[in-house]
Design a protein around this ligand. Structure first.
Ligand code: C2O
Ligand code: CU
Length: 457
């Protein structure tokens, strides 16, 4: 029988009146094993852990202020969860096992349902055994569209990751808990991919304008990025628009979990442009932009700022209490001692338990919050890095502003890179009620001590 228009209308009306429980399920987000070409041509495919069968997982795009609804279905041999990184989310949807939900067992599922209040570039990733699960590929982009999207010809997501693959088999090496990585810079890979493939190519026209959404999904690698044949501006960091776009000149850093939105024009006179990683021994191409023709429009000279997000006002920070968080431990500055729960252990004992780092003397998430904040209150947090390594400190559920050396306010971020020996201050309004993690996004560091939390009540 053919469905008539009347029939369809009737069924739709009937569906609208069904009780809540009988409504269709959310679209699923399946955590499962897959095979993918990660290494260069000539190598075998790599077995990865994915959301929906590819790394990065499904691109989730939603309009600002709309709901994201996904049923996580776990088909992996380990429990898992999804954290929506950078979203000022409802606490129960934050995806942190042991704090906001139970990890989802093999065969189980969990309904995520939340509003995305801010436009910008975000991402989602596993938050259970993340050191292993993110390294295996459990991440994807989450894009929240502005009501008025900027005037660009292409909107491209470039999700960076480095993989540690066996050079013969191209399989992920299974050495996630190795103490050397944990106590040094973290798990660094031997091959860098963009959108899950090695040296991918995008096709562009000369003088086209591109929005590049860069997302660092690596476990521990800090990129120093540069462009060749493209010129333009950084317009947003960690999802949040800059008040004044920053003209690109030279390289810029992107630490684990950080994002940068660029608006760039294709200015190369040659037939290719590229995104490069600047390293000690030279610059390496990460992705290519092959010029396949000339755009009709002439090159544009300026860019406008993206519309601001509805973030809380931060002002008079001198009056805000200052909370110090001291980062300690790791190779070369080994912990003398630190606490696990209420027990003080020596650095040697901690190392035997795979703990190498401490935040304010705790080598795991403490029982009491680092900060117990009244809702709406303004705070400053000072990260004092006494270690010999950089750390990417991330707060859940909130964005904060950097406090610059002269006391003025810098950009909004959700992850701040604190260099070795450096002290960096941030200011935040504790506006989002709940229990929120605060940790280093070098995932091996988080797993071996750099994990704390704060409460907003
Ligand atoms: Cu990107 Cu605690 O997470
Ligand atoms: Cu760290």
């Amino acid at each position: 029988m053919l469905f008539t228009r009347r029939h369809i209308l009737k069924t739709a009306a009937a569906a609208a009146t069904l009780p809540l429980a009988a409504r269709a399920d959310f679209p699923s987000l399946e955590a499962r094993e897959a095979r993918q070409r990660v290494a260069p041509d000539g190598f075998p495919d790599t077995t990865v852990w994915s959301f929906d069968g590819s790394v990065p997982g499904t691109t989730i795009r939603v309009g600002q202020g709309r709901r994201v609804q996904r049923k996580l279905v776990n088909q992996l041999p380990q429990p898992t969860s999804v954290h929506w990184h950078g979203i000022r989310i409802e606490n129960a949807m934050d995806g942190v096992p042991g704090l906001t939900q139970d990890a989802v067992e093999t065969g189980g599922s969990f309904d995520y349902d939340f509003v995305a209040p801010d436009a910008g570039t975000y991402w989602y990733h596993s938050h259970n055994r993340s050191m292993e699960q993110v390294a295996r590929g459990l991440y994807g982009p989450l894009i929240v569209e502005e009501a008025q999207t900027p005037d660009v010809d292409q909107d491209l997501i470039l999700m960076l990751d480095d993989w540690r693959l066996d050079p013969e088999t191209a399989q992920i090496t299974n050495d996630f808990d190795n103490g050397h990585d944990l106590s040094h810079a973290g798990r660094l890979g031997n091959i860098v991919t963009v959108n899950g493939s090695f040296d991918p190519a995008f096709s562009v026209q000369r003088h086209e304008r591109l929005r590049l959404r860069l997302i660092n999904a690596s476990n521990a690698r800090i990129y120093d990025l540069d462009l060749d044949g493209l010129s333009g501006w950084i317009v947003a960091l960690d999802g949040m628009p800059l008040e004044t776009p920053l003209q690109l000149s030279g390289s810029f850093p992107l630490a684990p979990a950080q994002r940068a939105d660029l608006i760039v024009d294709v200015v190369t006179e040659g037939d290719t442009a590229s995104l490069v990683s600047v390293e000690r021994d030279g610059a390496f191409g990460l992705a290519r932009f092959d010029v396949t023709g000339d755009a009709a429009k002439a090159q544009r000279q300026s860019v406008s700022a993206l519309p601001p997000n509805p973030l809380p006002e931060i002002e008079n920070i001198e009056d805000a209490p200052l909370h110090k968080m001291v980062l300690q431990g790791g190779a070369m500055r080994w912990l003398e001692s630190a606490r696990l729960g209420v027990t003080e252990l020596s650095g040697r004992e901690l190392a035997q338990l795979g703990r190498f780092w401490a935040l304010n003397g705790h080598a795991e998430r403490p029982d009491d919050p680092f900060l117990d904040a009244a809702i709406g209150s303004l705070h400053r947090v000072e990260f004092v890095n006494e270690t010999a390594f950089p750390h990417a400190m991330h707060l859940h559920g909130h964005h904060f502003r950097l406090v610059l050396d002269d006391g003025s306010l810098g950009p909004w971020r959700d992850t701040v890179l604190v260099g070795r020996g450096q002290t960096r201050q941030i200011a935040l309004v504790a506006h989002n009620p709940g229990d929120w993690l605060l940790h280093c996004h070098m995932l091996g560091h988080a797993a071996s001590g750099m994990m704390s939390w704060f409460r907003v009540a």
